[in-house]
Design a protein around this ligand. Sequence first.
Ligand code: SAM
Ligand code: SF4
Ligand code: F3S
Length: 472
Amino acid sequence: MQDLRSNKTHDEMRQGEALVYLPDSVMLSGRRFYIESYGCAMNFADSEVVASILQEEGYASTTETHLADLILINTCSIREKAEDRVRKRLTEFRQLKKQRPGLVVGVLGCMAERLKAAFLVEEKLVDIVVGPDAYRSLPGLIEGASGGQKAVNVLLSREETYADIAPIRLNSNGVSAFVSIMRGCNNMCSFCVVPFTRGRERSRDAASIIDECRTLFNDGYREVTLLGQNVDSYHWIDERQNVTVTFAHLLEKVAAVSPLLRVRFSTSHPKDITDDVLYSMAAFKNICNYIHLPVQSGSTRVLQMMNRTYSREWYLAKVERIREILPDCGISTDMIAGFCTETEADHQDSLSLMQKCRYDLAYLYFYSERPGTLAARRFQDDVPLEVKKRRLQELVNLYREHSLLSMQRDLGKLFTVLVEGDSKKNENELFGRADNNKVVVFSKENYKKGDYVQVRITSCTAGTLLGKAEMV
Ligand code: SAM
Ligand code: SF4
Ligand code: F3S
């Protein structure tokens, strides 16, 4: 696990089951809370909402568990491994609780619903359990827990978007920030637990999103990532103006905040991404040329069992369309190896699809059955673990070849890089990101965090472009 105060990227956070530490608060009295987050960017963004709710209640933050009166862990359920890590951490917190009986420990997020009974009653690991749509009830639940009650609220909502809550930015580099534009998911991919942990899809008021982005820009931020499990189905009816705001409209409105504010988004579903979105990206220079378009499998038969609602051919046509409208667009994916009934031929289809798409970035997993999902109820998890792992490794090996080629293709090119901070390895170097999402490292000279710098690429590693700043 890695400290997110380092150069951790949005994508690493999105995928990694990593930690968040809050910076030590300037408030030196009163109650203190400590929070750790695991899972995707949406969970990290939620921790910022939670921090805001707690601050309103007079809580100060701390990075030290031994100084905290309240320890919260914002959990992920996407794969079994993510759950195992949280359980281990909670066991460590239980030891702290033995030393300090007044300490309140709470579980937030995607494990809350499924494991509330286990955490609260059977294993007695925690005092409070709060689901992703119930964070407004945290203050009352904490009060109850301080009085010795076990407190739980895992109700999912059809309306909650926390639109009116201004998130407190955690581990912020002061340059890039996540902005949630919707919650939940209606897609019911058969392998996925998210529709059960986060409930029905709902979009956030467009005006509140634009306000949040404008405030971020005025506070010095230069990049926002609009977050949703399926951003292309964003849909908001603006009753005052009697118009419907689609994702393409929203992108344009956020891009119009300032040409100096970069706009990214995640995640796009292949069945929903429209030409309108691609045209908006082409029309606004500050909407970054990068699309995360998870395919999950290259076999139409497996895609059907996954309930992804598109075929291999449909997906490939989408990638084609992206390259037609946005020739320099970076494309990344998620893929799952060893889903139920996957044969060697299906696996070869995944490899050959990868060969055709030549992804710039790929997040690759082996299938982990999640209790309660459609796949767990309908299909047998029948691919042996060693076969899943071998297939995953084959996907990883091929992806590595492609990502290196993708890096090498950029040698000699000039990129506009938004500087995010000092390079991890060398304090005389800065790191930032090109429009296509690749990390670029270059010599510091007089540049600083938040600057846009023209960088000529001179060499590369498998994951980083190295270059030199140029005056233009
Ligand atoms: N909403 C996004 C989408 O549709 O692609 C991302 C959802 S999920 C948070 C991120 C990734 O985790 C998925 O794209 C999928 O590849 C992976 N994933 C989800 N459930 C999984 C499971 N049961 N086993 C292995 N990987 C899984
Ligand atoms: Fe899960 Fe599918 Fe929704 Fe993504 S689109 S969150 S994979 S159900
Ligand atoms: Fe995200 Fe994990 Fe929940 S990936 S939506 S935190 S199950």
